[in-house]
Design a protein around this ligand. Sequence first.
Ligand code: 3PG
Length: 395
Amino acid sequence: MKFRTLSSANNLTGSRVLLRVDYNVALDDSGSVAPEELFRISRTVPTIQYLLAAGASIVLMTHLGRPHGRLDQKLTTKPLAKELTKMLNMPVQHIPGLVDASTAKHVSKLKPGRVCLLDNLKFNPGEESNSVEFAKQLAELGDILVHDAFASIHRTLASTVALVELMDSYIGLLIEEEVHELSTKVVQASDDFVVVMGGAKTKTKLPCIKHLLSKATYVLTGGILANTLLASAGNNLGLSVVEDLFIKSSKAIVKHKNVVLPRDVICDSVTTNDIEAELRNLDEIEHNDRIIDIGTVTAVEYAQKIREAKTVFFNGPLGFMEKPEGMHGSQAIAELIAALTAQEKITSVIGGGETAALFDKLGLLDDVSYVSTGGGALLSFLVDQKQPGLVPYMV
Ligand code: 3PG
């Protein structure tokens, strides 16, 4: 896959660049960016610095959450401008509200070498409907489009798709890196490839598992995904969280010899607050039990299979990360992956917000071969590299 990259953009000096990034991070109760989410923002800094060094000014554009075309002050990008100001060590002006004539006025005052951030693009209904009219409004704000929102490449958005027809457009350094790293490390992984997959969103994960099974030695499962697969295999899981809608469509995957389900689990009780988390075999799960982690036998089995791998891809935690008792399985696997990577025994790739947050919390983010900024986009890319947000930039 070949793209129009920044190295082929020779008209940057004095230009105003519209830089589409994906800063769709979680905010805490006080409206600030949660610390474990900052990495998604920091990964766009090389592109920002590249553009500034080339003499451009930058109009950053992102979405935040899912306002679906409505202005929602809880989802303003103002806190992101604050973080960027700290990260770049220079003022990043925030331009509030919908994109309209006043946005163009603000932006026209931007001096070379300066950066501003528009408010949430998804406040504007045209962003998600890939509206040409909205793209025309955006095109008024800059001279060149640079798309670096890897986490949104699976979406057809006005700022990443319709806008390409209206402007000179390139992919940024982050997308270039993601495509290269994921292609060489995961898409082209051949033997001894082990996938560790947990979390929720069974709908997105099933096609990805199906696809990866053509080359993975094992797909080791946990989290709500595994609960759904266990339920599909006929297990009674008490009050565990299961994505019922996908029980039927999971049946074929559960039967695949390379898909590994937990043999034992850690449960707490939904009705009793003070109950200690307990280890259970699958046939011991009681009426009020809720699975919160993989069990010890399962963790040992998964670790053994990971030790036999050459490439490991980890997406989605194996337990309930909100509870300390639900973290042990994911933590043990994360520590093993980091250690084997350090010993150069495996190539490791991780991705998805919760997985990156786990590694960050454990101080292991720098101890894997590659951390993707994508969630759904990452899984979609692994299934099919020709994503709607990438194709228009191909040469
Ligand atoms: C993400 O965080 O995965 C991307 O920003 C896409 O968000 P969306 O699923 O709300 O489109």
